[in-house]
Every structure is written in structure tokens, then in C-alpha cells.
Design a protein around this ligand. Sequence first.
Ligand code: ZN
Length: 316
Amino acid sequence: MATTTFTKKMLSLETAEAAAPQQPSPPPATFPKKPKLGQTKSRKRDIPEGLWTKCPKCSVMIYDKELDENLKVCLHCGHHFAISARERVHSLVETCSFQEMDADLTSVDVLEFTGVASYTAKLEEYQKSTGLKDAAITGIGKIDSHRVALGAMDFSFLGGSMGSVVGEKLTRLIETATSKGLPIIIISTSGGARMYEGMFSLMQMAKTCGALAYHARQKLPYISVLTNPTTAGVMASFASVGDLIIAEPGAMIGFAGPRVIKDTTQSELPPGFQTAEFLLEHGLIDAIVARKEMKERLCAYLDFLTEGRRQMASLG
Ligand SMILES: [Zn+2]
């Protein structure tokens, strides 16, 4: 009995002794931390909105002006941010050489489609937010010494979806290139066919490819540039039939999304599936070209692809 009470007393003493020195230690540990948190919050408040962008790949904050000067490529990790169609055209063509075609072509709500919002309301909303009439810009311009027919898509306009206007603008561009004997470069970024136009958007797949076939018969080159993301109806039509198919680093390229493929095939997808790097390794694309080198590389490809034609012209 005596021993048990003794040990109990000992235990209670030990716990009391152990608890005693712990009491003063927590306050100094917690107090200095709080002002530190407050400091970071106030620093965040000091940064004006819209001046800095956080890189989704390396999480570094980049000054927007620096990002623009670097063609919207992260200065730290090389992540390629989305770029508008107009910025894209300006990054490639010689100053003042671009003559835009069909700038006022506007979509019509043939199906009178209404979902959460009507198609007409969506078109108005995106025309205001982007300053574009539709998701593509087309025209003739000069890249170094080469006159080319150039088309660029814009993902910020309804996900770069291809409706009858995108299809028609690209078809007219291709037909102009065929009649004038010019190479074509189309820079794609798209979520696919525009569901608001139903079958009319799907028909653009055949129409653009048909026009490209006539262009190819004239032995004129077509370079397709795939940027993040290029998917569905666009990838399944004109974007994948280039004489040369090149892509920007890290671009997501495919037909259906990975989740749909995984569910349909009931199998695990390989790592890096549907990235430009994966498709280069498997032979679907010919090269991966960083945005900052794009103009120089396109020039080199055009030199190579039009050399025979130039020789024929000099002989004739
Ligand atoms: Zn980065």
C-alpha cells in the first residue's frame, strides 16, 4: 500500500514538474509569429492588382511588363502563357506588313441557341472583352522576306472555338494563298468546334481541309503551329494536316480530354499523355519550338520549303 501511494505521489510530482517549465515557453513561441503573418499580408496589399502575374508552373511572381516583353514566357521556368491572336501576329510579322482579311465577319445565331445565356449574348460579351469579332485573325503579311498567309486563333474568345466565322475566315485565307501562290501558317489554340452552332461548326472541319487539299495540289507549303491547348474539332481537322506540324513547349494537344479517354478505354494513361513533348516522341509532331525562337524557325522552314519553287521560278 505504502509503495503504491509513494509511486503515485512521485508520478504526480513528475507531471507537475514537467508541466511547470512548459508554461512560460509557449507565449514567446507564438507571439513573434503573429506580426510576421501580418507583415506578409500588408506586403500583399501593397502590390497593385493587374501588375503582377503568378507563374502557374514555378509560382514566381512576374512583373506584367517583363512578361509582355518576353512574349508572355516565364523568365524563370520558360512556361508559355496564353497570348492573344493580335499579339501573336505582331510577334511574327514585320512591322506594318500585315493586311488583315475579313476583319468584320461576324457569327450569326442560326440555331437561336439558348443555354445559360443566349449565343447572341455570349458573342456580344466576348466581342467586348477581347476586341475581336470572332476567335481568329487572318491576313497576309511578311515574315522576314517571305510573304505568307497567316492565321492566328485566340483562346480568350469563347475558348477559341471554331464556328462558321472561324472556318470561313481560315478557308478564305487558304483560298487566297492558293490563288496567290503563298505558303500558309496557322497558329491554333482551340477547345474544338463551337457547340452553339451545332452542325454548322462541324462542317468547318471538312471545309478547311478541302481548301487545304487544293492548296497542297499547287505544291505550296502549310505549317501548322499548335499552341496550348489545341483539341477536338480543330486538332481533328486543319491543325493536324500541316506539311510541318510544330508545337510550343508544354502545349496540351489531343482530340478528347484525358478523363474521357481514360473512362472509355478503362486503362491508365502514360505520363505526359497529350503534351507536345509526348507527341513529338511518338511522331505526331515534327518539332517543339519555343515562342521566342518561333519567328526565326518559321523563316528557316519557309526557306527550306520554298527553295524548290524559287529555283523553278528563276529557271522559268
Ligand atoms: Zn515560371
